[in-house]
Design a protein around this ligand. Sequence first.
Ligand code: G6P
Length: 466
Amino acid sequence: MSRLVVVSNRVAVPDAQSATSGGLAVALRDALQSCGGIWFGWSGRTAAHTADEPTIAQVGPVTYATVDLGRKDYNEYYNGFANRTLWPLFHYRLDLADFSHENYQGYRRVNSLFAEKLRPLIEDDDHVWVHDYHLIPLGLELRARGVEQPMGFYLHTPFPAMEVLLALPSHELLVKSLCAYDVLGFQTENDLRAFRDYIHYEVGGDLLDDRTFQAHGRLVRAEVFPIGIEAGQMEAAAERAMELGAARRLDRSLGTRPLMIGVDRLDYSKGIPERFRSFERFLDTYPDHRGQVSMMQIAPLSRSEVPEYKTIRETLEGLAGYINGRYGDFDWMPLHYLTKNFQRETLAGFFRLSRVGVVTPLRDGMNLVAKEYVASQDPNYPGVLVLSRFAGAARELDAALLVNPLDHDGVAAALNKALIMSLDERRERWNAMYARVRENSLERWRERFLTALRAVPTPLAVRSGA
Ligand code: G6P
């Protein structure tokens, strides 16, 4: 089997991974290990200047090639264009998007530099798989350097509706860059439709069938590959966690009181302030639950140097203090708000102990926490998932209580419904969701994408007429 070249903004070099690096990193590493290859990207470190050459670490058949970014590149490419322009735009937050040309130049510069450093490492019959919004122009940059090998791109975030994307000054080049790939993967039908609309109406490309189009002189396959989790591993982790200190302590502290849980990176796309307001509405509207039900929100800090993330943090601190001050009592705290990070296994235990999983992003590519919550439940006594209809996961997990996170009364009613739901209904809904989570595993996602990528003829095959 030919080698695989994976490119992502962050590279999880084994041993150097953080406590939270989980499913995806492992799934990609497994693929690399079975066919050999390279994982290329940012080291996660910054320095005064961007490194001239990547640092190479050979682990078995896999070469990890990582680049330290200089402060300017880090600010303009990562904090700047990727996370202050594309991230809010792709999550429908035009109000938060910043359109600085300087950041855009930084984004182009780092993509071009990555292509420059990666080019000599690519061999003739390699297949290249690029991940996420940080690296959209990479394919075009590699093509400009003579890379004819099959290249795929997977977008982990939503792809915005055409009218939203048009607000981006550089939208044309961005989409042209996407057309440099042979295979494009999206999370949901919605994202694919938005992309095809743009190709049809803006570029005037030909939509040949459901998944193939021709634009910018290239034939491209664009398809939906919803990302999944390894349900069995999460399930086992949840069972193990029940024997561990943290879950046991949480269990003891709860007694018979039900817990609702939210776990998200501290990001405005996750709808955490809206969730807190809905929780407040819930306490107001359903006073019987006061003194009984608590919500635990775990929100590890993320992208802390980006101003919008500082603002959301302050907002949450204010709201949590307000809600606890207003409703809390000497023996009961309604909201437990934590910004610390927990091990995956501990979280699995917390999920299992929580009667309600609250996953209410304003917009999310998929949201794997929703799937992890489902996989962590005790089958005999499962909890209820309250899920935003704007998370990609809502497509598969339609047996959850689907909500509009902006509708505080609606979310409050769903929280109440989740708490009073009969065990029979809980089991019925959970069985339906669990079957979907098991079926669409992370491995299946990876293999479906790689099969599509491997179906693209390599330049060697084309030349030899194979
Ligand atoms: C999202 C993105 C990923 C990113 C992750 C963590 O899930 O789609 O590409 O790695 O957030 O964000 P960070 O900025 O810390 O890499």
